[in-house]
Design a protein around this ligand. Structure first.
Ligand SMILES: Nc1ncnc2c1ncn2[C@@H]1O[C@H](COP(=O)(O)OP(=O)(O)OP(=O)(O)O)[C@@H](O)[C@H]1O
Ligand SMILES: [Mg+2]
Length: 590
């Protein structure tokens, strides 16, 4: 149902809901700017009238020097006022368009941050980046210069044509004869431009996504000596982008000459027919000069109309894309919260079935489980669904009604906030930020004291190593600082989870890069921590698993076996095989 809604082309009214409230909030600013703009137009339209008077006085030989000086001074006064008012409307309207851009950008960012995992699988980073760069730029242009040009050209066109009609109706009709051709040409050209611009946007998003994914997986690129290949691919994408831009430039280049040509054909008519009228004395020389000046004044608005049409079209397309983005709602809505109490640290799976979006095979298949003990080990071959189970418990993906309960409550009835307040999650690939060690550990627990921080680090067996670093907890890590080993990264992520001290702790393979002794120490610390009620540890290490209260063996998304270490050793072939292999490896090492 929702899918259908997102596919449908949104109406202009729906699109305007994005920008409408912002216009309403700043209406004084916009009206003030537009009033200044229209005043500028009328002041400019006065100049040909003054010229007409001057020229007519000269031809009638009634001109006096003082009068001419007078006219000159009026022109200068008009020019000064025009300059001041131009500054004013630009400040008001262009300023408004930047504020609009900023507000939509904030809204996009806000929206993206609240989305669920399926959303990020559907929308690439490049696509999301292009919304907040290209699309916003186009919208800013459409509502800034677009509004200005639309109002300016309408006023100028009507007023200038009005003055021309006032001078001579027949001559005006002749001068404007070529105009419809301009309208048709602009229509065709701007339609083409619009299409080609879409291609430019698309190519740009491919380019951004490619460079982002390459740079962020630099180690992989180097490990497989893919540099030249990636450079060649990047070059290809870059060339496609240039090509798309050139196609836009061709059309953009055509618009100006076409407009000038049409205007000059009009000028030819005026010189030919208007000249005759002056000779015959039908119109005065002053009016003839004023008429030509008005005709020149028409060139810009005539072009602007074509330009505005395509600017608005582009703006609407960009708004459409952003509207569609806003239409995509997180399937993990917060609004269904029924229970406010923090549920107990118990997890229950009831026929839990789950497939990733766009994947035919279920990743978890009909799981029934009741986690009632304190520490569980979860094991199974790669791809058996261990991480998927952790991600579902963390509510990164939506689950069917009543299939996953926390503390007896369907997770769909608990707000995401409450659910996440209950769970600390150490993911399989821990994410650290380019920041100090302290801020990395305190992520989500910003008000922790130094003592609590150190305690968490001690429990994760990383404290001594942090203290050995040049600036201890204040050492900056990541891109701009000290590099950490895989095991150190895992333990930092664990310290972060321990500091958060939530009732449920999920560790997805979080100790795989830690030596056996440290692993044992960390496990003892976990066991000793009484604040927590339920811990799930994903691991393939028999030593670690044997210390847990119960072990779940997953295979192809199903529970293959469940029991204590000794039970599984006696009954499960995969578990026996793993134990046998790890035992002989240990004997080999000894
Ligand atoms: N984001 C995803 N989109 C589609 N399929 C996925 C996604 N993540 C995992 N899968 C698939 O779901 C199944 C279970 O994956 P999962 O990551 O849960 O395995 P795992 O047991 O954690 O494996 P490992 O031991 O390698 O970490 C696999 O078949 C995997 O290919
Ligand atoms: Mg995994």
């Amino acid at each position: 149902m929702q899918k259908k809604q997102t596919q449908k082309t949104p109406s202009i009214r729906q699109l305007l809901t994005i920008v409408g409230p912002f216009f309403a909030r700043h209406k004084l600013r916009i009206l003030g700017g537009l009033a200044a703009l229209i005043t500028v137009d009328f002041l400019q339209l006065m100049i040909p009238r003054i010229l007409q008077r001057g020229v007519d006085d000269l031809t009638a030989e009634s001109a006096q020097q003082i009068n001419l000086l007078h006219l000159g001074l009026i022109i200068i006064a008009i020019a000064c006022t025009v300059a001041a008012l131009r500054f004013f409307w630009r400040y008001m309207i262009i300023g408004f368009s930047h504020m609009l851009e900023c507000s939509i950008r904030d809204r996009i960012f806000n929206h993206i941050l609240k989305m669920d995992a399926p959303f990020f699988e559907k929308n690439s980073t490049g696509k999301l980046m292009s919304h907040s760069s290209n699309d916003l730029k186009v919208i800013q242009m459409a509502f800034g210069m677009g509004t200005v040009a639309a109002v300016d050209s309408t006023v100028m066109l009507t007023a200038a044509i009005g003055f021309m009609l006032f001078i001579n109706v027949k001559l005006t009709l002749l001068a404007l004869l070529p105009m419809p051709f301009l309208a048709i040409a602009t229509r065709i050209l701007s339609g083409k431009l619009h299409h080609r611009f879409e291609t430019v946007q698309e190519q740009f998003s491919h380019l951004t996504e490619f460079s982002r994914s390459t740079i962020s997986s630099m180690r992989l690129v180097k490990a497989y000596t893919m540099e030249d290949l990636q450079i060649a691919r990047f070059d290809q994408l870059g060339k496609k982008y240039v090509k798309a831009n050139l196609k836009v430039a061709i059309i953009n280049g055509l618009i100006l000459p076409v407009a000038t040509l049409v205007a000059n054909i009009g000028m030819l008519m005026v010189f030919f027919f208007g000249g005759q009228m002056v000779i015959k004395g039908n119109i005065s020389l002053g009016n003839f000069v004023a008429f030509i000046t008005y005709l020149y004044m028409l060139i810009w608005p005539m072009m602007a109309i074509g330009w505005v049409a395509n600017l608005i079209q582009r703006g609407l397309t960009a708004l459409k894309r952003i509207y569609r983005l806003f239409q995509q709602q997180s399937s993990l809505g917060d609004e269904q919260e029924k229970e406010l109490a923090v549920p107990a640290a118990k997890i229950e799976l009831n026929k839990l079935h789950f497939s990733y979006p766009r994947s035919a095979e279920p990743a978890l298949n009909n799981l029934n489980l009741n986690f009632t003990k304190e520490i569980y080990g979860i094991t199974g071959r790669t791809g058996s669904g261990k991480s998927t189970l952790c991600k579902l418990i963390c509510r990164l993906y939506p689950v069917p009604e009543n299939s996953l309960k926390i503390g007896g409550l369907d997770v769909n009835r608990i707000s995401i906030e409450t659910a996440r307040k209950m769970i600390s999650y150490v993911s399989q690939e821990p994410t650290l930020f380019s920041d100090t060690i302290a801020s990395n550990i305190m992520l989500g627990t910003e008000n922790a004291s130094q003592k609590q921080l150190e305690k968490a680090a001690q429990q994760a067996a990383i404290h001594d190593e942090i203290m050995a670093l040049p600036e201890g907890y204040q050492t900056v890590i990541g891109e701009k600082g000290v590099k950490l080993s895989g095991g150190q990264r895992q333990r930092l992520a664990l310290a972060r989870a321990l500091l958060a001290n939530r009732p449920i702790l999920l560790i997805d393979d979080g100790l795989s890069a830690v030596d056996v002794e440290t692993e044992h120490q960390i496990f003892s610390n976990l066991r000793a921590n009484t604040g927590r009620k339920l811990t799930l540890i994903v691991s393939n290490r028999i030593k670690l698993l044997s210390m847990t209260d119960e072990i779940i063996v997953l295979r192809d998304g199903k529970i293959e076996a469940q029991g204590s270490h000794s039970q599984l050793l006696a009954s499960n072939s995969l578990y026996q095989f793993m134990a046998e292999k790890q035992n002989s490896a240990n004997r080999g090492q000894a």
